[in-house]
Design a protein around this ligand. Structure first.
Ligand SMILES: C[S@@+](CC[C@H](N)C(=O)[O-])C[C@H]1O[C@@H](n2cnc3c(N)ncnc32)[C@H](O)[C@@H]1O
Length: 215
């Protein structure tokens, strides 16, 4: 029995050194898929977070679209961003999530770090109406989930950077339809877009609008 002790000790020391090196080099804390799903299951959700069903719909849309560069307007604590981030990581893409409240943005970043998605998802603090025009590059996925009456303004701020084939998802488009009439009307009447509103979350008794930019 005693002759096993040396290899076990050496193995433990090597493991400690490896973990230490990865922390020092700033490597993301790589959680297993199962650990991430458990983190998502145990997420301390409130009414402000996207529901698990809506978050999974977003993740599937990101993956099915093969989206490479996305933006979320309204991060809150990062529940949606984590779910979409898993999809973007699988696609080899990246997501920017925009949050006006600095304290909430810090919590979002901390949650992203906990699940090892900080290299895939970047949380930017500030008013999205100011940060959206500063984003560089082209975008193929958008999730809008902040001030309902400003949805049209968020869309117009990102629209010049949307590629043909971009997917736009907007939350709360049934219960807050009145506040975002200009946004919904624009997508409905514009021949460059196809759109549908789905009753996504039974929990929230609300829906999401999914639009596709044809050209
Ligand atoms: C419903 S929560 C977002 C939930 C999140 N998308 C999720 O999937 O869990 C709305 C968030 O939008 C943020 N917000 C409101 N106005 C904003 C603005 N102009 N720019 C950026 N974020 C904003 C709020 O502070 C809040 O955290």
């Amino acid at each position: 029995m005693r002759h096993y002790r040396l290899p076990i000790l050496a193995l433990s020391l090597a493991l400690v050194a490896l973990v230490g090196a990865s922390v020092r080099s700033g490597e993301p804390n790589k959680m297993s898929d199962a650990e991430r799903e458990e983190f998502i299951r145990n997420f301390n959700r409130t009414g402000m977070d996207t529901t698990p069903g809506d978050a999974m719909l977003l993740r599937i849309l990101v993956e099915a679209r093969g989206a490479k560069c996305g933006v979320e307007v309204g991060s809150y604590k990062g529940f949606g961003a984590i779910n979409m981030g898993i999809g973007f990581e699988r696609n080899g893409g990246r997501l920017y999530t925009l949050e006006i409240n600095p304290e909430t943005a810090d919590i979002c970043r901390e949650n992203l770090r906990k699940v090892g998605l900080e290299k895939t998802v970047t949380c930017i603090t500030g008013d999205a109406l100011k940060t959206l025009p500063k984003l560089e590059g082209e975008f193929d996925f958008v999730f809008i989930d902040a001030v309902k009456r400003d949805y049209f303004k968020y869309l117009k701020a990102i629209e010049p950077k949307l590629v043909p084939g971009a997917v736009i998802v907007a939350d709360n488009t049934i219960r807050s339809a009145k506040a975002m009439q200009n946004f919904l009307g624009y997508l409905q009447d514009n021949p460059d877009y196809e759109m549908v509103t789905v009753r996504a979350s039974l929990e929230k008794k609300d829906g999401m609008t999914i639009a596709y930019k044809i050209r």
